[in-house]
Design a binder for this molecule. Sequence first.
Ligand code: AP5
Length: 220
Amino acid sequence: MKSVLNIVLLGPPGAGKSTIAEDLVHQLPLVPISTGALLRAEISARTRIGREVAPVLERGDLAPDSLMDRVLRARLETLDPDQGLLLDGYPRTMRQALGLAAMLADYDRLLHVVIAIDVADDEVVRRLSGRRICEGAGEPFPVHIDDLASIMRCRERGGRLVQRDDDRPDVVRQRLVAYHQQTAPLIAYYEEQGILRRIDGSGTPAEVARRTLAAVRDWG
Ligand code: AP5
């Protein structure tokens, strides 16, 4: 087995997985893979996969496991074996967790640590229903509607604020249902394997990032 670190970020929608991933990749030699971002890219490019999953994402449901396995495998094939993996949003079902173990074995890799981020449902709804994406001003970045400084920063750069279709309150609630029913059971599964680290996802993004880094280093 290769000695590169392979990590999964697990948590409800809006837990801060992508925010944490952005920070971790500056601290450790990891390649971030967000399955949500991969699906949104397929939707934007109007591929066959994109057309299939667009209505699923709009409802706040999970895409089929078999399709997700194909999407992830295609992404893994492009990776250098010396690069560590930071999986954001995969696995999300028990079938995906079993599929991931098999896929990693095919690539001579092991899953080393799973970070489970704890955030209350109310906070998820607050973050996501108030989230807008600043687009058209370089790299898109998230803005909360209560954060006037970020809104001004977006406007001054000539960007516009766009809401993700699945950040509408009714869809956020469905994403939470999918999380609690299908993804949360993975916490016990990885705990039994002894590779789970739970972190408190409240506080500022910098505080959460520090806790995550400490949890990863604690593993090593
Ligand atoms: P995906 O894109 O993965 O969405 P998600 O996990 O549901 O939620 P987010 O990406 O919105 O949340 P996040 O935890 O990354 O938080 P973020 O850092 O953005 O998936 C979208 C959809 O694709 C799914 O619903 C499903 O349909 C499908 N899909 C994807 N993977 C799949 C799979 N494996 N199987 C089946 N279907 C799949 O932060 C959220 C907001 O909060 C941001 O505005 C951020 O700025 C803010 N924030 C972050 N941290 C903090 C903090 N500490 N305090 C305050 N605000 C914070």
